[in-house]
Write a protein that binds this ligand. Structure first.
Ligand code: F6P
Length: 455
């Protein structure tokens, strides 16, 4: 079996002495896949060498990862930049998450056209890697929007392979697919429709079917399957010296105050700035929380090749600073914003949180919404945006957040902070049960079944 995802289990950093260190790859796909694939020598994981240091590690033959049959593909770096930054991140990601500032963007000019050609080229490089690795009749599971053209390419070259494509993001409504140039929408959807297409919730699957019906006039095969975090992997991280140390530091910093917590990639769709504005409004409306609650946001850099992401990082930092300037006292800093990528510390935060804020504009699933309840030592109350795919599963037991409404979000935080212990415990128990109800192994099996049943 072959799994293809753009991001692999780790990313590499070249150290001053010329050796390479590795750290866990970002995002939910890697969190779900790594524990499933580790130790399985019957699964080849094909992923991309993403940064310069990844490429250098491949060149130095230092890109092996213990426990994985990992094949890191190194596309031409200019093609790859256009594939990743311009098409995957600045176009398809924005389209599927509804992030375009439409009076200004997108602009489908010559630069986009060259980028679309590069996207096609990089997809072909991966399709070739799949075809040269796969045995007769192998199952191939292609993940995400970085590889939407791979299904058609593999089908054309190797009709014997059994293929499924899984999208971890949302999918846009039918009206929005018309934003893409007509030929691009057609090429994208024709490829995706050539294999069963999986999504985390029926909401995104229905949007996708409506897009294909709109553009191609056919109803494509779809399936819905989702996963939760791997409890054993989470427990192992929680027991690590790094998480224990981070937990001790959190305890020392927070003391007996309440902790509102979030952890995310620094990502426009995660809606981090509005979270701080809602917290500011909470302090405004409910003086009892002044000096009594800390909002810790452990968020980490992402996609810094895009100006929008760099600007968003600054906006987040400035917003947090303004809240602190407004409310801080000698011994209380209301917002604790930290932008270092440290998964163990995020796990410690999730254990200690009283309230977990997950307020994305739109999100394919959002694994943090499930990690929180599984790790919590304090019956965490989850304030969850209705825009997250996970809301479809967890909705009855979370406090709903309207992601654009700051007043409503402030109310949701207040409700969560004042919830009585009995209700907290009962909701937390339901959330724990639901968060653990869908092991990623079943999600993987479902993809295999879908791939195998495709003609
Ligand atoms: O979950 C969707 C996804 O695009 C994954 O494919 C990806 O690994 C993750 O988001 C994080 O994004 P990136 O790899 O661009 O940092």
């Amino acid at each position: 079996m072959i799994i293809v995802s753009h991001r692999g289990p780790v990313s590499f950093t070249r150290e001053p002495d010329g050796t390479f260190s590795s750290r866990r790859g970002a995002g939910g796909v890697v969190s779900a896949l790594s524990p499933l694939i580790e130790g399985r020598d019957d699964i080849v994981w094909i992923a991309a060498a993403i940064g310069d240091d990844d490429r250098a590690a491949v060149a130095a033959d230092a890109a092996g990862v213990a426990g994985f049959a990992l094949h890191l593909v190194v596309p031409d770096s200019t093609d790859h930049r256009l594939h990743y930054d311009v098409v995957s991140n600045a176009t398809l990601w924005f389209l599927f998450h509804g992030l375009f500032d439409l009076p200004r963007r997108p602009r489908f000019d010559q630069h986009f056209r060259s980028s679309w050609t590069a996207y096609r080229t990089v997809n072909q490089v991966f399709a070739d890697a799949i075809c040269s690795t796969a045995g007769e009749g192998d199952v191939v599971l292609v993940q995400d929007l970085q590889f939407a053209l791979v299904p058609a390419m593999v089908r054309a070259a190797r009709p014997d392979l059994r293929l499924a494509h899984f999208t971890h993001t949302p999918f846009c409504p039918a009206d929005d697919i018309r934003i893409l140039p007509d030929d691009v929408a057609k090429e994208l959807l024709t490829s995706m429709a050539s294999a069963p297409a999986g999504f985390h919730t029926e909401r995104w699957a229905a949007n996708y079917r409506a897009c294909v019906e709109e553009i191609l006039g056919v109803t494509p095969p779809t399936f819905v399957s989702t996963f939760g975090p791997n409890p054993a992997a989470l427990a192992a991280t929680a027991a690590s010296p790094q998480a224990l140390e981070a937990g001790a530091r959190l305890d020392a910093e927070i003391g007996d105050r309440h902790l509102v917590f979030r952890t995310d990639r620094i990502e426009l769709s995660k809606n981090i700035a509005r979270g701080f504005l809602a917290f500011d409004r909470l302090l405004d409306l409910h003086p009892q929380w002044r000096e009594r609650v800390v909002f810790a946001a452990f968020v980490y850099p992402s996609r810094e090749g895009l100006a929008e992401y760099l600007a968003y990082r600054q906006e987040i930092e400035q917003t947090a600073q303004r809240v602190n300037e407004r409310w801080a006292t000698d011994d209380w800093k209301p917002v604790w914003l930290d932008t270092h990528d440290d998964f163990a510390r995020s796990v410690a935060g999730l254990q200690r949180a009283d309230v977990l804020l997950v307020n994305p504009l739109r999100d394919g699933l959002n694994l943090v919404a499930k990690e929180g309840p599984l790790l919590s030592t304090r019956d965490v109350v989850v304030c969850l945006s209705r825009g997250a795919g996970a809301f479809d599963e967890l909705g009855p037991f979370v406090v709903e957040v309207h992601p654009y409404d700051i007043e409503q979000t402030a109310d949701a935080l207040h409700r969560a902070l004042t919830m009585d212990p009995g209700e907290r415990a009962s909701r937390a128990a339901d959330l724990r049960r639901l968060a653990g109800a869908r092991p990623a192994s079943e999600w993987l099996d479902e993809q295999v079944a879908q791939a195998a049943s495709a003609t």
